[in-house]
Design a protein around this ligand. Structure first.
Ligand code: NDP
Length: 287
């Protein structure tokens, strides 16, 4: 009889398209580093096959999976339970499977918050949030649950900004206002944290959200959700004005850490994940 175990723990991701999603490299590097015999399988799953994929994960005794576009809302129909933030946000990107039961979480905002907590406690802070898409929604809800004093959501389409502000007001203790983003956004005096949660800057180191940079204040925290390139032009400009920059790479890494904690109850090495992504993106610490 052999004592060897040839059965790996199975985790992964369902999305389409999936070929450009580097999460598999990041998580498998950290599994390997920790000596955990687990796999993270990056699966291309169409909307028509989502139900079958979820059933397959249960049948093969996966311990959990991430869901990316276009499944973050649709997957909810296939779950047994939702964590608080996922319920408020109305989207799930991380599913845990326990005894055949599927529990939905949302790690987008939690990953951002874990990264933010490295530089400040959001409780009692005033936040200016640019953008009102899925990332902004998740971040706003988590900030509200973490006790921010006030969140201003600015978006070109003001209805989407007001929807998120109402979500925060109705479900958390934080105040929130939606406002239209016309021309160069001016950051109100007294703002502690400015966040670019738009897609501006993704894959383009020169693109920048339209912000009046003269309204940034020395000492303010300026965060960007863009993971690649991590040092966006917005962050470079903010740093040059004495602000503390926070990049989107940390948000992505922390989402990996949180997902694996939910699935395996183990905390992976964030440094290994960070370096793996930097190698893939060709980014250095000073980029
Ligand atoms: P959505 O498509 O849901 O939302 C995009 C948002 O960006 C909208 O509010 C849109 O405004 C705004 N926007 C787009 N172009 C412009 C522009 N030129 N000027 C002003 N606003 C603009 O995307 P997501 O919220 O899902 O993702 C946003 C970004 O967050 C992506 O780049 C993604 O890579 C990143 N992300 C990073 C994560 C990480 O872990 N680091 C995790 C998740 C997302 P409007 O409504 O007016 O069109």
């Amino acid at each position: 009889m052999s004592n060897q175990n040839f059965r790996s723990i199975l985790t992964g991701s369902f999305s389409t398209p999936c070929a450009d999603n580097p999460t598999v490299a990041m998580i498998e590097a950290a599994y390997h580093h920790a000596g955990i015999d687990a796999r993270y399988i990056n699966c291309d799953v169409s909307a028509a096959h989502l139900a079958a994929a979820v059933k397959g994960a249960v049948a093969m005794e996966w311990v959990g999976f991430n869901c990316s576009l276009p499944h973050k809302v649709a997957v909810i129909d296939h779950l047994d339970e939702l964590a608080q933030a996922a319920r408020i946000i109305g989207a799930v990107n991380c599913v845990t499977i326990r005894d055949g039961r599927l529990i939905g979480n949302n790690t987008d905002g939690k990953g951002f918050l874990a990264s933010l907590r490295d530089v400040t406690d959001p409780a009692g802070k005033k936040v200016f949030l640019l953008g009102a898409g899925g990332a902004a929604r998740a971040i706003a809800v988590e900030l509200g649950l973490a006790g921010t004093a006030h969140i201003t959501v600015a978006n070109r389409d003001p209805e989407k900004a007001e929807t998120i502000a109402a979500l925060v007001r109705d479900n958390t203790g934080s105040a929130a206002t939606g406002c239209p983003w016309v021309g160069k956004a001016r950051i109100p005096e007294g703002t502690d944290i400015v966040i670019n949660a738009t897609s501006v800057g993704l894959g383009d180191g020169q693109a920048m959200p339209e912000v009046d940079l003269d309204t940034l204040a020395h000492g303010q925290i300026v965060a960007d959700v863009i993971p690649n390139p991590p040092r966006t032009r917005f962050l470079r400009e903010a740093r040059a004005r004495g602000c503390t920059p926070l990049d989107g790479l940390g948000m992505l890494v922390n989402q990996g850490v949180i997902g694996v904690e939910l699935w395996l109850g183990k905390t992976l090495d964030a440094g290994v994940m960070q370096q793996t992504l930097r190698d893939i993106f060709g980014a250095s610490d000073t980029d």
